[in-house]
Structure formats: C-alpha cells, structure tokens
Design a protein around this ligand. Structure first.
Ligand code: ADP
Ligand code: ASP
Ligand code: MG
Length: 466
C-alpha cells in the first residue's frame, strides 16, 4: 500500500485556477500512489480577513466584519462558480460555505457584545477559512472526476487546549485520524482535510499557530504512516534564501531534517518549524514542491545531510526583534541569575529565539519578538528587583529594531573557519554584528544586526552559498 499526504498552502487554493492546478496534481499523483490525502490552508488572505473581523468587532466596530463577511461570500462563490459550473452540483457546497460565513458574523457579533475576543473565540473564528476551503476543494475534485470528501480536522486532530498554539496529542490523534480516514482511503475517496486546526478532547476548536497547515500535513502523514508528505506551495522548493529578498535565490535539491529545522526555526516561512518533528520521528520523507510548476522535483528533506561542497547552504532572517541585555558585575558566579532571568521571561509567555552569554558572565543577552519587549523588561525588573537593589545587576537594557540573520549548513561542522567567513563578509559590507550564537546542532550560525542592515547582511551571507 502506498500512501501520499499532500498539503496545499493559501496561494495554492487562492483562486479557481490554483484549485484546478491542485485537482490536476491530485489526479496525476493517483497514478503513482494508491492512496492520497489532501490537506489545505484557507484561501490566501482569508485567515487575515477573519482575524481582522474579530479584532475590529472586539474594539466596538460593528460594520467591518459585515463587510468582510460580504467579501468572503464573494470570494468563495466566485471560485465555486468557476470550479463547479453546474449550479445543482454546487448547491450543497455553497450552502455549507454560506453557513460558515453566517457563523463568522454571529461570532463577531458576540465578540462585539462582549467587547473582547478571547483566545478561544479567536480560534473559533480563524478556523473558518480552512473549513470553507476544504468544502470548495472537495467540490472541485468531485467536479473533476476525483471522488473526495471534506473533513474538518476537529474530528481527527486532538490537541491541548492552548488556543492559538495548540499541540496535538499523539495517541488520540492517531486513533481518530485512522478511524476517520482509512475507510475513505480504502474506498478510493480522497479526504480533503483542513490544515491549521484541531479540537480539544472536549471538542473546542483550536488552531496550531499561523502557518500551521504545514504542521497539519505532517501530523496527518505521521498518523497515517504515509510514505511521503509533500508540501505544495508557490515556489519551486526550499531556496538558498527567501526569493523575495534576493533574486539570486536557488532551489536546494536535498536538505537534511536538521538543516531544514534550523531554517524554519530562524524564519524561512516556506515551512512551519513544527512540521519537521512528526515526519522525522516516523522516518517519512518530506518534499516541498510548487503547485504552479508541478514538473519541478522540488526539495527533498532527508535524514542525512548531503554535502554540496559549500559549508553554508542557505540564509534566513527573522525581523522585528528586540535584544535584551541583563548586565552587572555582581552576576559573576552568582547562581540562579540566569534561571531567574528566563523565569521572568517565561512568565509573560515570551519566546526566546536566541541566547548568548559573555564568557565573563557579566551579561546575558537574548532575543525576543519586539512586540513583547516592554512586557519582558517589566517582568525582569520585578523578577530581579533584589539584584537590582543590591547592584548585582546594573542594567536591563532593551535594544529595539534588530533582526536575526542565520546561516545554515551541515558542512560547517567539519569545515573550519566558516564563522570567520561569515564575519568577514559582514565586515566587508560594514555591517556591525551586535551578538552571535551557534546552533546546538552545529549546523547554523546566527548573528544579530540592526534592522537597517538586515537585507545587506542576508545578501552578504547569501553570496557565500554560491
Ligand atoms: P503557503 O501559503 O504555501 O504555506 P507561505 O507563504 O507560507 O506559503 O511560504 C512560501 C513562501 O516562503 C515563499 O513564497 C517565499 O517567499 C517564502 N520563503 C522564505 N524563505 C524561503 C526559502 N528559504 N525558500 C523558499 N521560500 C522561502
Ligand atoms: N491559514 C492559516 C494561516 O494563514 C494556516 C496556514 O496557511 O498554514 O496562518
Ligand atoms: Mg505557509
């Protein structure tokens, strides 16, 4: 039995033409694979529209969400009319989508009445995009002669109740996914599953985080013991850098799980960072491919790195960061300062992306998203109040508007002098390096530079991949 799970992103279901391409790929893959599952994102822009509706309603605006509702109706109806021209065949799908938009308006209305959008309400609202797109895609597949059924992942992906960042619970998800999808697959039906969403054990809808449909593809692939998970997107594969930043970006034919993990973690939007783990654990090959150029083989993510003669394979960046420095001569040898520092950071739920400590132990610096910087500084001032009073800690200093630029490549483990190549390349462009860290897997080096230097730093390091 051969089984393929394909995930299609927002642009890959963004309009009727894209969904037709998806249908053609699915038909084609059914010649190679006996069983195929399709996981889809919301149509591009839809999750943002839903969230804007929720937030504007929460702030007392009772009209914007209605306008958004009208635009959503138009967008989905236009695609459906093109994909399923036979009105009688389209009616069940169009009714189901209309009902989901009614639900959106009702939820926004309630949020408006309450004057607040709870994380749970936000998830109920933002999940609707995928719930609409699966219906549209399943209808298109059926109209193209491929038997398909829309499935809400709330039926199969069981998650923790962390709304907005839910994590699947393994045994339950596996059991539900297999019970729901295997009978369909055995009957030659293509399940079309919502990406991005799941539900708690009590049935409350959750989401896995923005961009989380990739993760859904991996979760479903792992639960079904798929032979391959393919992530279809709008570029030919994983590239040496974001093609939007550099026209010289090239596709990387094979990359290791570890390298891909570092790239995704440090900002390469092409793959959600959590996608890697479920496929690695099950030894499932992962491929990144282009919906709009299906003949291209894409990038294959494999367990062992494949040397390409270059220690640096790719470069990536995360923008809008702050670097916080906790500094003080009294920190030397005082146990527990680091623990209290990161305890304070964790208390506000901030995600620390990078840490570096000077060998003198006189300072610890770490990088967090800029939007939580003020809250983190406040928590640090409270958490380290006694150290500040004793002057063991002199300063808690945030530096705003920085970016992390990361060079990735397993080759740097064996090749001496890679770090110095990176720093020379930056120095040549007169870019000031604010902090440095090396990934624990030794296949990445990250530098912190000012936002103003971000693009130049990426270009300078990218030149080393060529
Ligand atoms: P989807 O909607 O299919 O999930 P995303 O927009 O989330 O697509 O991810 C694809 C985008 O990721 C590409 O259009 C590209 O601009 C961006 N990207 C960032 N870094 C890379 C990289 N290293 N390789 C390829 N694409 C990248
Ligand atoms: N639709 C969701 C988002 O926009 C999930 C995804 O596209 O992967 O974040
Ligand atoms: Mg994505």
């Amino acid at each position: 039995m051969s089984r393929l799970v394909m995930k299609f992103g927002g642009t890959s279901v963004g309009n009727a033409a894209a969904i037709s391409a998806l249908a053609a790929i699915t038909r084609e893959q059914l010649h190679t694979w006996q069983q195929v599952v399709v996981v889809v994102s919301a149509m591009s822009g839809v999750t943002d529209m839903l969230l804007n509706g929720a937030h504007s309603a929460a702030s007392g605006d009772q009209t914007s969400y209605k306008e958004i509702g009208a635009r959503l109706r138009e967008k989905h109806a236009a695609a459906l009319a093109e994909l399923v021209p036979n009105a009688a065949a389209a009616v069940a799908t169009s009714t189901a989508i209309e009902q989901l938009i009614d639900e959106f308006e009702l939820l926004c209305h309630s949020v408006g009445v309450l004057g607040e959008a709870s994380p749970r309400a936000i998830d109920a609202i933002s999940s609707l995009g995928e719930r609409m797109s699966v219906r549209l895609v399943a209808a298109a597949l059926n109209a193209h002669g491929t038997r398909a059924e829309a499935i809400d992942a709330t039926e199969i992906v069981v998650t923790t109740p962390h709304f907005g960042t839910a994590v699947p619970l393994q045994p339950h998800t596996r059991e539900h996914t297999r019970a729901r999808l295997l009978p369909l697959l055995e009957h030659g039906v293509v399940p079309v599953v919502t990406g991005f969403i799941g539900a708690t054990e009590h049935g409350a809808t959750t989401t896995l985080g923005r961009g989380g449909s990739d993760y859904s593809g991996a979760i479903v692939g792992a639960a079904l013991d798929a032979d391959e998970v393919a992530i279809y997107t709008d570029v030919d594969g994983v590239m040496t850098t974001d093609p939007r930043l550099s026209p010289d970006a090239r596709v990387i034919p094979t990359i290791s799980f570890a390298e891909m993990g570092e790239l995704a973690y440090f900002g390469a939007k092409v793959l959600h960072p959590r996608t890697i783990r479920p496929v690695v654990e099950h030894g499932i090959p992962l491929r990144i491919r282009n919906t709009f150029n299906p003949a291209h083989p894409g990038t294959l993510v494999v367990s062992e790195p494949v040397a390409n003669g270059r220690p640096i394979k790719a470069v990536t960046t995360i923008k809008s960061m702050s670097m916080i420095t906790v500094e003080g001569r009294g920190m030397i040898g005082v146990p527990g300062v680091a623990a209290r520092t990161f305890g304070a950071v964790a208390s506000v739920g901030a995600n620390v992306l990078m840490i570096s400590q000077a060998s003198s132990e006189q300072s610890i610096c770490f990088v967090i998203p800029q939007n939580v910087s003020a809250a983190v500084v406040k928590a640090l001032e409270e958490g380290l109040a006694s150290e500040l009073a004793r002057r063991d800690v002199d300063r808690i200093a945030p530096r705003e508007s920085v970016v992390i630029v990361t060079a990735v490549g397993a080759g740097m483990r064996e090749t001496p002098g890679v770090a110095s190549q990176v720093f020379s390349a930056l120095a040549e462009q007169k870019i000031n390096v604010i902090a440095i860290a090396q990934g624990s897997s030794e296949c990445s080096i990250s530098v912190v530079v000012s936002s103003a230097d971000a693009d130049a730093a990426v270009r300078a390091i990218h030149a080393l991949t060529i």
